[in-house]
Write a protein that binds this ligand. Structure first.
Ligand SMILES: [Ca+2]
Length: 294
């Protein structure tokens, strides 16, 4: 009798112990992570998506207060002369060059032509979301800024934002430093760099990359002797053949990188060294908030 009870006890114990692994397998299978729910049209996000947004914030503008600034440079080329003090109303200008990320979002939202053609080399090195948008013509840049409710800066607005109220020749002062901005001189970047990669390429108003990275379209038609007149809020001639381009680029070599240099190009030209930023007039009286810079 005792022997029979022991056999039953042994049998039941064996049954209970063998049930544990089986239950474990069943419970493990039922964990949420093992239940695959297919969501049509959705792809898994890359692991870095939360740390590196694909599209940077759309608008980060700096207020440049109303007031005079020193335009032109008597030590420069013919079209940089004469230097004179020019009055500008208050305006806002993008702190950074327009990025590829926000520009391509505009292209996808509007069906605007893409900033690429068969002539573009190294596109994979020019199309990171945080790099400046390049290969946009003046018309492309103008349309993007209008889409944003802004406009291209006038040549005078670009120059004041870059030089500050005291007329610096480079954002950091009056001496060139070849590695202080992203130009074709030796620096860590062979191509356009993400905005604000060069801490010294920051103007007195806190605007980045005006000395280097990409050259930038201005709204004005180019006029060689435009600086001969010194009226307030100049917008350039009403028509012309070339649009103004300002600043140096990642491909610019040599010493001709001072902020007063004026360049020109036909408005439908596209190049991987040319980008842009937007501006808008500030809705305020000249005396209101004139000392605020952001
Ligand atoms: Ca630039």
């Amino acid at each position: 009798m005792l022997n029979k009870r022991l056999k039953w006890a042994f049998f039941i114990t064996t049954l209970v112990l063998s049930a544990f692994p089986v239950a474990g397998i069943i419970l493990d299978f039922l964990k949420p992570s093992n239940i695959q729910v297919e969501q049509p049209g959705r792809e898994a996000s890359p692991a870095t998506s939360s740390a590196t947004p694909a599209v940077p914030p759309k608008e980060d503008m700096v207020l440049v207060p109303a007031g005079e600034f020193l335009r032109g440079y008597d030590g420069g080329g013919f079209d940089e002369k004469p230097q004179s003090r020019i009055m500008l109303d208050a305006y806002r200008i993008d702190r950074h060059e327009v990025t590829y990320g926000v520009y391509i979002a505009f292209v996808e939202a509007t069906g605007h032509r893409k900033p690429i053609s068969r002539y573009v080399k190294n596109f994979d090195k020019l199309s990171a979301p945080t790099q400046p948008a390049v290969y946009a013509s003046w018309e492309d840049a103008d349309e993007y800024c209008r889409y944003r409710g802004a406009r291209l800066p006038t040549e005078a607005e670009w120059e004041k934002a870059a030089r500050g109220p005291h007329g610096l020749l480079w954002p950091w002062g009056n001496q060139d430093k070849p590695a202080a901005a992203n130009t074709g001189n030796p620096d860590p970047f062979e191509f356009p760099s993400p905005g604000a990669s060069f801490s010294q390429d920051q103007s007195p108003y806190g605007v980045y990359d005006l000395a280097g990275n990409v050259m930038e379209w201005a709204s004005d038609w180019y006029q060689e002797d435009a600086y001969a007149t010194s009226s307030a809020n100049p917008k350039g001639p009403s028509s012309g053949s070339y649009k103004v381009i300002r600043g140096a680029s990642w491909g610019t070599t040599g010493t001709e990188t001072r902020l007063t240099i004026r360049l020109k190009m036909v408005p439908d030209f596209r190049d991987t060294t040319i980008g842009f930023r937007c501006a808008k007039s500030a809705q305020e009286r000249p005396s209101a908030g004139a000392e605020k810079t952001s």
